[in-house]
Write a protein of this length. Sequence first.
Length: 94
Amino acid sequence: MKLFTILIIAVAANIDNLGISMAYGLRANRIPFRYNLIISFISTVCAFVSIFAGSMLSDILSRSTSNLIGGILLIGLGLWIVGKSASPSKDDIR
């Protein structure tokens, strides 16, 4: 069952690769199959490592602690993205 979960997450992680490839294709920029394969492989490995790390951490942390850490990370990431988009970049200042 874990292998099935890993494969589903790997496919979901690589759907964005399909969207990016289609966007490049519409602009007549071709990404060679070899590079698409490399990107897909790296995404799959990252998904596997993330699942493995999560599995290892689930033995150490309680569910409520994991939810708290995840919530703090998501809120922090959201605030960082909003703050980054709200502040002018160096190119805007010139």
